[in-house]
Write a protein that binds this ligand. Structure first.
Ligand SMILES: [Zn+2]
Ligand SMILES: [Zn+2]
Length: 343
């Protein structure tokens, strides 16, 4: 079976890997679709991000869906042929945080395609994937590409939980890549009354409008485009900061009203912040990292038609063209979500 393996920055190879059999409680999945995520692109373009560096070859990928091809012993709730979305979240289920219900903070998390621990956790971009039945959520009614969007959608559902009550809120989303645009869908589904999107790219803002943003502000044309919202101590109740860029966070902070909530999704490394505004307006700065139980909710919301991610899937390339897929995905002027078709 073939797998997509990153060796170093810009050194991506399609390699043969051994075909394994599912053990008790596991299933074998014939992969159908795999979405290329920002973290995959960091490994591809830079060999890592921040202090996380590639130290050995690693199979990439964590946004995947496929068909059940074989059942391990004791698996009764899945059948051969089922389309499943596969959660890359594999907590240990026994550490302090798992036992507290905070599985995304598991000490021993084995999240697919992550070079955070060493040996690295191998990813899911492979023709055949062995997963536990518990990672698999039946996705009948969806395309494989939509099912593979369950992962990034879960990230934004988790962020929406972190934001707290959403009903009737005014929301600002900074950064309109896949996570920003999915945040718009998640916030709206949770009851946001008004959603304003901001980005530097007109094309990204087009997607933001397409998925329901009430207004889209191009900050490359108008650097002070958010300034009007900072009058009268601010306008927005919630900020989804999805760019990881300090100027976006800073102008978002100015546009938040007192007691506003910042949910930080973008990973931008160290930055200095206007602590005076955060303090004086009593803002809440909340991180949001991965997800766990939101994964099944993401599948359900798509199945019931309450969230439609289809407009965001811009490119689908066959496995043989994986290299081209990574180049397209790296070009934000071209791609929103690029996926690889494995079968
Ligand atoms: Zn992802
Ligand atoms: Zn754990």
């Amino acid at each position: 079976m073939k797998a997509i393996v990153i060796h170093a920055a810009k050194d991506l190879r399609i390699e043969e890997r051994e075909h394994e059999k599912p053990g008790p409680g596991q299933v074998e999945i014939r992969l159908a679709a795999g979405g290329i995520c920002g973290s995959d692109l960091h490994y591809y373009n830079h060999g890592g991000f921040g202090t996380v560096r590639l130290k050995e070859p690693m199979i990439l990928g964590h946004e995947v869906a496929g068909h059940v091809a074989a059942l391990g012993e004791g698996v009764s709730d899945l059948a051969i042929g089922d389309l499943v979305a596969v959660s890359p979240s594999r907590p240990c289920e026994s550490c302090e945080y798992c036992l507290k219900g905070l599985a995304n903070h598991c000490f021993n998390m084995r999240f697919y395609g992550s070079a955070m621990p060493f040996p690295h956790i191998q990813g899911a971009f492979r023709e055949r994937l062995i997963a536990t039945a518990g990672q698999c959520v039946k996705a009948d009614g969806l395309s494989a590409g939509e099912a593979a969007m369950a992962e990034p959608l879960s990230v934004t559902l988790h962020a929406t939980r972190r934001a707290g009550e959403m009903l009737g809120k005014r929301v600002l989303v900074t950064g309109c890549g896949p996570i920003g645009t999915l945040s718009i869908l998640a916030a709206r589904r949770a009851g946001a009354a008004e959603i304003v999107a901001a980005d530097l790219s007109e094309r990204a803002l087009g997607f933001a409008r397409k998925v329901g943003a009430d207004r889209a502000i191009n900050l490359s044309e108008d650097r002070d485009g958010l300034a009007p919202f900072s009058a009268n101590r601010g306008y927005f109740d919630v900020l989804y900061e999805c760019s990881g860029a300090q100027p976006a966070l800073v102008s978002g902070i100015q546009a938040l009203r007192p007691r506003g909530i910042i949910v930080q999704l973008g990973l931008g490394g160290e930055m200095s912040l206007p602590m005076m505004a955060i303090t004086a307006k009593e803002l809440d700065l909340r991180g949001s990292f991965r997800f766990h139980e939101e994964f099944a909710i993401a599948v359900k919301l798509m199945q019931s038609g309450l969230i439609d991610v289809k407009p965001l899937i811009t490119h689908t390339l066959p496995l043989a063209d994986a290299l081209e897929a990574f180049e397209i995905a790296s070009d934000k002027g071209q791609s929103m979500k690029t996926q690889i078709a494995f079968s």
